[in-house]
Ligand binder design. Structure first.
Ligand SMILES: NC(=O)c1ccc[n+]([C@@H]2O[C@H](COP(=O)([O-])OP(=O)(O)OC[C@H]3O[C@@H](n4cnc5c(N)ncnc54)[C@H](OP(=O)(O)O)[C@@H]3O)[C@@H](O)[C@H]2O)c1
Length: 375
């Protein structure tokens, strides 16, 4: 039995991770949960899973929890406990970096759903993984699919391709629409995403973030990572190998699929009804090149990734603040990439950053972008 902590258990991915754990029977056991402010949901989860460790933001009414025989621990402390095998990092924001690094240093297997830490500090995370010989799985379906393509392969990957389904077509349309607000962008029928991820998908920043994560995860140069349009949304990732072979993974973008793959090592347990791709219903698989000049946020992300050092941390923070300015009508949709670019242009980068440098760049970018709102 694997003993699992879920950080950010009250979020979309955190709840999906608990669903996988619940369906695994005796194979997985929850030993820790954490959340920020969704106290009543955390309380329900604590009652259902009876974890040993809990974290919630100070200041909550903790009456219901103290009687549960649980121990209150900071996430960065609970991940080090000896009775923990796996840490699922499903909390949002760069704050996930500290517990992620502590879990890797403590020799725990890490299932990283959090995007921000891997974008902002991918080189720091991977340096720790390599130094400890640790196990790191990503939940984001595109890098996870590429990881699966590499299983059992001896040939070197020449290039890696990720697909974008509706993003390219919609992002162009949105950029051409004169006055577009948060509700129109968020109103598009997509799978369950938090607001930030929904806007990132609309600007195609999400693909830029994926490219940066793939660069760090596999140590592959940026010029060998490609994003292509693929409206059928079936092929998740493709690897072209040095021996001429090409491998693709087709499947669901549902995070539960990838969490189960990571936690249960490919077993189909987990009580999930995620149907396999019905090949007989696929009349065609279409792929088209991405015209990068149509997607300024994607371009900005690649520039930040290629500059490396603290620039991806600035990208991540500037994007987060720019999105909140857009959602509160303080800047327009087409200003989002402009304020991010302005932050990258003004940033004095550090090339081989420490964790402190990354948090410093994050704080600087937040402050800088907040000051970009027109009077
Ligand atoms: N949704 C997806 O399909 C998907 C797929 C792959 C990767 N991801 C990534 O996974 C992460 C979580 O995404 P999500 O969609 O699940 O987000 P979400 O629904 O907004 O949930 C975020 C979780 O993080 C917790 N949290 C936020 N700020 C915190 C803080 N300062 N301290 C402690 N806990 C905090 C929240 O607690 P409260 O509920 O108490 O606020 C909640 O449990 C993100 O990095 C996202 O990019 C998401």
């Amino acid at each position: 039995m694997k003993r699992v902590i879920v950080l950010g258990s009250t979020g979309i991915v955190g709840q999906q991770a608990l669903e996988v754990i619940k369906g695994s029977g005796e194979r997985l056991k929850v030993v820790g949960l954490s959340a920020r402010a969704s106290y009543s949901l955390l309380l329900q989860q604590a009652k259902a899973f009876r974890p040993r460790y809990l974290y919630y933001q100070p200041g909550q009414d903790t009456g219901g929890l103290s009687s549960e025989g649980t121990e209150y621990l900071l996430p960065e402390e609970m991940v080090k406990e000896p009775d923990v095998d796996v840490v699922v990092v499903a909390r949002a924001g760069l704050g996930a970096l500290t517990p992620t690094l502590e879990a890797i240093r403590a020799g725990k297997e890490v299932v990283l759903a959090n995007t921000e830490a891997m974008v902002a500090a991918g080189q720091v995370i991977m340096a720790e993984v390599r130094a400890r010989g640790g196990q790191l799985h990503l939940v984001e379906s595109e890098p996870a699919a590429l990881m699966r393509c590499l299983l059992g392969e001896k040939s070197q990957p020449l290039s890696m391709v990720v697909t974008s389904s509706w993003g390219p077509y919609r992002a162009v349309a949105l950029h051409r629409t004169p006055r577009i607000g948060g509700p129109e962008v968020l109103g598009y029928p997509v799978r369950r995403l938090n607001q930030k991820r929904a806007i990132d998908a609309a600007t195609l920043m999400n693909k830029g973030f994926q490219v940066i994560q793939i660069h760090h995860l596999f140590g592959i140069p940026y010029e060998r990572i490609h994003v292509i349009g693929h409206p059928q949304d079936v092929v998740r990732g493709v690897v072209q190998f040095a021996d001429g072979g090409v491998k693709a993974v087709l499947g669901s973008p549902d995070p539960r699929f990838w969490i189960r793959h990571a936690l249960l090592e490919g077993s189909d347990e987990g009580g999930l009804s995620i149907p396999p791709v019905a090949l007989e219903n696929l009349r065609e698989l279409g792929f088209s090149p991405l015209n990068e000049s149509q997607f300024p946020s994607f371009q900005v992300a690649l520039e930040a990734g290629r500059r490396g050092g603290t620039f991806p941390a600035v990208l991540n923070a500037a994007d987060e603040v720019a999105i909140s300015l857009f959602l509160t009508n303080q800047i327009g949709f087409r200003e989002v990439h402009k304020v991010i670019r302005a932050a990258l242009e003004r940033h004095q980068g550090v090339s081989d950053p420490s964790v402190e440098d990354i948090f410093g760049a994050d704080a600087w970018a937040r402050e800088f972008v907040s000051r970009q709102v027109p009077e």
